[in-house]
Design a protein around this ligand. Structure first.
Ligand code: ZN
Length: 260
């Protein structure tokens, strides 16, 4: 998105689902049209577009197709939001169910309740092993709940967490204080590895990138996620599906024993 949008001026904006806005549409339009896109960033599910002195915060809810267009491109059949830029390009957003499209002055970002407490995205440069250990040092619960809580780390969902834990040979119910330095190291590497792999393949198979290409990270890439009964790729033990709080987990009982 950065490659296509940075430095471009917004010429027009359409919002067919104004309920997703936090300000009246007129105010939104006035703050955005004629302004230049200065930065595109993300934290977990939130996309941050810095437009002059304003920040546009977009959250796709269950999901959305955010698709780039060039002047002669045919637009997608369905979309609710459209940003047109001064050079004739732009992007449309088709929301699967609901979304948030919020406007905040850049200096007031800390007052935006839904994003102010988000943790770092694991692919962020500041997300280092030291930072990760520091985060965990004050925590007592189980490791899976910690990883899924977007206030700790923004960007790990119930799909990725399965193989992240499997790769690190950790049972989802392991208590954080019981993790050894070696295990923390393995977990840190596993988080980066799985998310980077998926990002390089364009995301999950049911998602689309900015050019409308389907992601390549699907069941074939999953090691144990959503494969109950199938043999573990390391030791051939059948993969188990277990309940962990409100979510389901997939584990190899041999590679991920619940110790301590
Ligand atoms: Zn195994």
């Amino acid at each position: 998105m950065g490659k296509e949008l940075l430095g471009k001026r917004v010429s027009q904006v359409e919002v067919a689902n104004p309920k997703c806005l936090n300000v009246p549409f007129g105010q939104f339009q006035k703050a955005v049209v004629g302004k230049t896109i200065k930065a595109v960033e993300s934290r977990g599910k939130w996309l941050f577009l810095k437009i002059d002195s304003q920040a546009l915060l977009f959250n796709p809810g269950m999901g959305a197709d955010v698709i780039h267009f060039k002047p002669d491109d045919e637009l997608p059949e369905k979309y609710q939001i459209k940003f047109s830029l001064h050079d004739g390009t732009g992007f449309t957003i088709r929301v699967w169910w609901f979304c948030y499209l919020h406007l905040k002055p850049k200096e007031g970002l800390g007052e935006h309740k839904l994003t102010a407490n988000l943790g770092l995205t694991p692919l962020d440069k500041s997300f280092t092993l030291d930072y990760f250990k520091q985060l965990l040092s004050k925590k007592r619960g189980n490791i899976k709940s910690f990883l899924l809580d977007q206030k700790n780390i923004a960007g790990i969902g119930n799909v990725y967490v399965q193989d992240i834990l499997f790769n690190a040979k950790l049972h989802p119910k392991r208590k954080i204080p019981s993790l050894t330095a070696g295990e923390l190291d393995a977990l840190f590497k596993s988080i980066k590895l799985i998310l980077r792999k998926s990002t390089e393949m364009g995301g999950l198979a049911y998602e689309k990138d900015f050019y409308g290409n389907k992601g390549g990270y699907g069941p074939k890439q999953f090691q144990i996620a959503y494969k109950p009964g199938k043999p573990c790729p390391i030791c051939q033990t059948p993969i188990q599906k277990i309940k962990t709080g409100s979510t389901s987990s997939f584990i190899c009982p041999n590679c991920q024993p619940l110790t301590m």
